[in-house]
Design a protein around this ligand. Structure first.
Ligand code: SF4
Ligand code: SF4
Length: 446
């Protein structure tokens, strides 16, 4: 038995010892997006647990088509966890299963390429620069318009549509910046270090900038954490646990050094990964306690804002609908705080979204590596957004913004996709909170 299979065997054994035992009840099946669409037991959480157990017991080769296909098709959305009466830690087992599967058979070239780029700073930076340069030409928006209504794209065309969706969306610029006085400094509540992220920093720097402004407007001091790096979420989900652990160690040291009260997250996939650093590094005697301490200070930006009110801005008279990112609502179990943030925007009408807690099909790199199934799931999400009657779709993760934004544009819709903090930031800009600030007080959105 390989070391990786040993790890999986160890995890399943812990479950067998009565802590987190699957009782085959099937409550998780209706919650699973892949089972709901494919109707195959092997594409359900329970079916995948059977496959894992078969590998651990030596009845199934982890390189087999069955194991590779059905474990590979899992989104890692973790919608199966909150509904499980036995508390099966499915996300943890999936990462171990992918680790075992990856040792038996190499992941696809695209998967390896994406992980290599995101896991190597000197590759990620130029890749993000190239993405921004291509985006600035306007070609992705043009190609996406030409593709609208055609068969679901894949490969480079899908990549271009996602790139188009990462750009600032029109729809909120009509109102001028408020001319009122800047908001007086709020009482200092706490210090925070913002995880700037790789995709977030590379393609959504406006979201990071908005995050800093809204946190400061609510009394948080945002401390720069220069030594941080990629959180490792993509690598952990793909089963490359060694790479994920290396990234986790770097971030633990970086945020420890910053000495902040909280780690602020505006990408829920990254937040979920960092909140589990204690478990990821549990077998490292030097790092485990430090990792657990850092993980305990991780907060989604919506949690930080909800904890203090948040301050209300000026009216944004629009209809918005909220899509809950899987790694916020299922993995981190954060559901109330985003609503508190939406409530802080006066005159914003919040409409319900059917299937708001179901995965959008983006799931890290899944939308690119599984364009058919990811596009199918994403298409259903786009349909729900259009049916909701909303003018704006609001969410909390860059991957979801790109997946849903690409889907909307390919459906010929101009509904903008915004991060939650962008909406509150706009409300504050209209209120004049940023008057005089070089980065946002002149009526120009960044
Ligand atoms: S809900 Fe939990 S216990 Fe029931 S089948 Fe699914 S994983 Fe097993
Ligand atoms: S993580 Fe999501 S896709 Fe995977 S088994 Fe659970 S519910 Fe299904």
């Amino acid at each position: 038995m390989s070391g990786a299979t040993d790890s999986l065997a160890h995890a399943v054994k812990e479950q067998e010892e009565g802590l987190l035992n699957c009782v085959h009840c099937g409550f998780c099946l209706p919650a699973c997006p892949t089972y709901r669409r494919l109707g195959d037991e092997a594409d359900s959480p329970r079916g995948r647990l059977h496959l894992m157990r078969a590998v651990v017991e030596g009845r199934l080769d982890p390189g087999s088509e069955a194991f590779q296909t059905h474990i590979g098709r899992c989104l890692g959305c973790r919608a199966c966890e909150p509904v499980c009466p036995s508390g099966v830690e499915y996300g943890n087992l999936l990462e171990l299963a992918r680790h075992v599967g990856g040792e038996a058979r190499k992941p696809s070239l695209l998967t390896r390429l994406l992980l290599r780029v995101f896991g190597t700073e000197w590759l990620a930076r130029p890749a993000m620069f190239a993405g921004r340069a291509v985006r600035a030409t306007g070609i992705p928006v043009l190609v996406t318009r030409l593709l609208a209504g055609s068969v679901p794209p894949r490969g480079p065309r899908l990549g271009l549509a996602m790139l188009a969706a990462s750009g600032p969306m029109r729809g909120l610029r009509a109102a001028p910046a408020g001319s009122g006085s800047p908001r007086p400094a709020a009482r200092l509540r706490a210090t925070v270090g913002l995880l700037t992220g790789c995709v977030q920093a590379g393609l959504f720097s406006r979201v990071n900038e908005a995050t800093v402004r809204v946190l400061e407007a609510n009394g948080y001091q945002v401390v720069p954490v220069d030594a941080q790096g990629c959180c490792g979420a993509l690598h952990a989900h793909a089963g490359d646990l060694e790479a994920a652990r290396t990234m986790a160690r770097r971030n633990v040291e970086a945020f420890e050094g910053a000495g902040v009260d909280y780690l602020a997250m505006n990408a829920s996939g990254c937040g979920a990964a960092m909140a589990e650093y204690g478990s990821l590094l549990s077998h490292d005697p030097i790092m485990r306690d430090r990792a657990a301490a850092i993980a305990g200070r991780v907060r989604d930006v919506s949690e930080l804002l909800a904890a203090c009110g948040p301050v209300r801005g000026s009216a944004v008279r629009m209809k918005a609908t909220w899509d809950a990112p899987c790694h916020l609502v299922h993995a981190q179990r954060v559901s109330g705080p985003p609503q508190a943030v939406l409530d802080a925007v006066p005159e914003l009408e919040v409409l319900p979204l059917a299937g708001a807690t179901e995965c959008c099909g983006g799931a890290g790199i899944y939308g690119l590596t599984h364009p058919h199934l990811g596009g199918w799931i994403g298409g259903d999400k786009v349909g729900s957004v259009l049916e909701s009657g909303a003018d704006i779709l609001v969410t909390g993760n860059p991957g979801c913004m790109m997946q849903i934004g690409a889907g909307l544009r390919l459906a010929g819709s101009e509904v903008p996709v915004l991060h939650l903090v962008e909406l509150l930031d706009e409300s504050y800009r209209r209120a004049g909170f940023y008057a005089g600030r070089p980065d946002h007080g002149n009526g120009r959105r960044p």
